[in-house]
Design a protein around this ligand. Structure first.
Ligand code: GDP
Ligand code: MG
Length: 240
């Protein structure tokens, strides 16, 4: 008899269950440990009046391009800084550094997401100023980054129109956790098959509270609305 589910299968099956159970235990431990670091980061952000925004998406949806446009539009209005997450290279940090705001690159190696412990160390090195907005550009994928709380004020998911409107249904955890979905690359809508209305309907099906904005980081259509969203969030949290 299988000791885990009582299904009556043979010993080999029971060994597989033991192995699976051990993996689940390790995953739970990792997430519990992450939660402690996330709580410390949250206290740090709150004490220092920093709004931390965790930007998540597939690779290439336009996170860095949108960030550069956002920084150029807002850097005279409020203090900004950026943590960049990629498996390798400091290419994105160099793009941000060209805008003259403080930036720190984290390379995660084989890891597919940023975790709260790494962010805690980055905060010591970057030392973002009080009353500022900190953008955290997560490693590009729609799965693991959603699992790891960084202590941020909000998670923002960016979906570009070249990825297909079905992604909120296929990767629901990401869209469930996000406060805001930015549909980017809308300048390409005439050339791709992407139904904006259906995408928004799918996103709201998994998360009825999700807000939605549409941008083209390259033209830069809609970036003003995104900047308004940021300033409203800033005013509500920092100047309130
Ligand atoms: N047409 C178009 N291209 C974009 C837009 N935003 C980003 N890109 C391009 O998409 C590619 C990936 O952008 P990047 O910002 O590096 O994506 P990231 O991996 O999410 O940071 C680059 O070639 C950008 O120029 C957009 O709104 N419209
Ligand atoms: Mg990038």
């Amino acid at each position: 008899m299988c000791g885990y589910c009582g299904c009556g299968h043979d010993h080999e099956h029971s060994h597989e269950h033991a192995h699976a159970s051990r993996i689940i235990q390790i995953e739970q431990d990792i997430l519990r440990e992450n939660q402690c670091f996330a709580d410390q980061n949250r206290i740090y952000f709150s004490k220092n009046h920093i709004i931390a925004l965790n930007l998540m998406s597939s690779p290439g949806s336009g996170k860095t391009t949108l960030l550069v446009e956002t920084i150029l539009a807002l850097k005279q209005r409020c203090a900004l800084s950026v943590i960049e997450g990629d498996q390798q290279t400091d290419l994105d940090a160099k793009r941000i550094a060209a805008t003259d705001v403080p930036v720190l690159q984290i390379n995660t190696g084989k890891a597919c997401h940023l975790d709260a412990h790494r962010i805690g160390h980055a905060l010591i090195d970057l030392a973002p100023s009080s009353n500022s907005v900190l953008f955290i550009e997560n490693v590009g994928n729609l799965v693991c980054p959603a699992l790891f709380d960084l202590g941020e004020n909000a998670k923002i998911v960016i979906l570009s129109v070249t990825e297909g409107e079905d992604k909120p249904l296929k990767y629901p955890h990401m869209f469930e956790k996000a406060s805001l979905m930015i549909i980017n690359k809308i300048d390409l809508l005439p050339y791709v098959s992407f139904n904006v209305k259906r995408c928004i309907e799918y996103a709201k099906r998994v998360n009825p509270h999700i807000e939605v904005l549409q941008t083209s980081a390259t033209t830069p259509q809609g970036v003003d609305l995104w900047c308004d969203w940021l300033l409203q969030t800033y005013d509500a949290k920092i100047t309130a």
